[in-house]
Ligand binder design. Structure first.
Ligand code: DGL
Length: 286
């Protein structure tokens, strides 16, 4: 596969702002790229939706990003990847499409207690990608996988993670419970969750809970970098793989299916960089 236009943007898609946690890894790893982000804020959260709905929304997003001329698309949503990755790839066989699966494999391989937890949406927990890793990796290594979800976590992140919310308290109680169960690795199986990883790590350190928190962001950025290196000509490789400390933040264009009040501020606070909010028209005419 050869990239059609090396200067074309990389597309990212999530039900909401969660995929920005993946964008942060990409921006660090590939700072010379242009990025375009599609947040389906009209339909977030996806977690409790039917597989048919998730497929329909995901294919609409992928089609939109494809029409913007993206050279590679990251489905930066575990729930969407669980149900629609195969179909998206079938529809666009010439386009590299990277999907997300919770980082269960590295957690299982590193677990000493042979008990790990996956915190994800209901869709991801029942979807085939995660369950394949359980069957192929966790079971042969006799490692127990405790699946858990809280339907309020995604809305809590979308609301900017207010500290006084009862969701924060429930999260803290969950960590204590994981510790009691002898869980030594917690997999954040939803791209919204790395935004509260520092809160979890602070509690783990303060109470000495001995739990390592893992997510897939860095591995996804490495996979994208590898795909670009494989598909781009050598001149392009030299340009995009410059060390990240030589460059400031890359350009991010952000498109949402619903621009609720405060969304621009939320995005800027999550990624600590200015962002350009796009309407569909501004893309069509730029
Ligand atoms: N960021 C999405 C994921 O990784 C959240 C899904 C949702 O909208 O519930 O699964």
């Amino acid at each position: 596969m050869q990239l059609s236009d090396e200067s074309a943007p990389i597309g990212l898609f999530d039900s909401g702002v969660g995929g920005l946690s993946v964008y942060l890894h990409l921006a660090k790893q590939l700072p010379n790229e242009r990025y375009i982000y599609y947040a389906d804020t009209k339909n977030v959260p996806y977690g409790a939706r039917s597989s048919d709905e998730i497929v329909r929304f995901t294919l609409a997003a992928v089609s939109w990003l494809y029409e913007q001329g993206c050279k590679l698309i990251v489905i930066a949503c575990n729930s969407a990847s669980a149900y629609a990755l195969d179909q998206a790839r079938k529809l666009y066989p010439q386009l590299p499409i990277v999907g997300l699966v919770p980082a269960l494999k590295p957690a299982v391989l590193a677990s000493k207690t042979k008990h790990v937890a996956v915190l994800a949406t209901q869709a991801t927990l029942t979807g085939k990608l995660l369950n394949q890793v359980i069957t192929e990796i966790a079971q042969p290594l006799e490692t127990s996988v405790t699946k858990c979800f809280d339907p309020q976590l995604v809305p809590w992140v979308e609301a900017g993670m207010p500290a006084q919310d009862v969701t924060a308290l429930r999260l803290s109680e969950r960590l204590d419970e994981f510790h009691r169960l002898g869980i030594d690795h917690l997999v954040l199986g939803c791209t919204h969750y790395p935004f509260f990883k520092p809160i979890l790590q602070t509690q783990i350190a303060q109470q000495n809970l001995g739990i390592t928190v893992v997510d897939s962001g860095a591995a996804i950025a490495a996979r994208v970098q590898q795909l670009l290196a494989e598909t781009a000509p050598p001149s392009y490789r030299q340009l995009t793989l410059l060390p990240s400390d030589t460059i400031s933040s890359p350009m991010l264009d952000f498109y949402a299916t619903n621009y609720y009040p405060g969304i621009g501020d939320l995005v800027q606070s999550l990624i600590s960089q200015p962002v350009r909010l796009l309407s569909e028209q501004s893309i069509a005419y730029q």
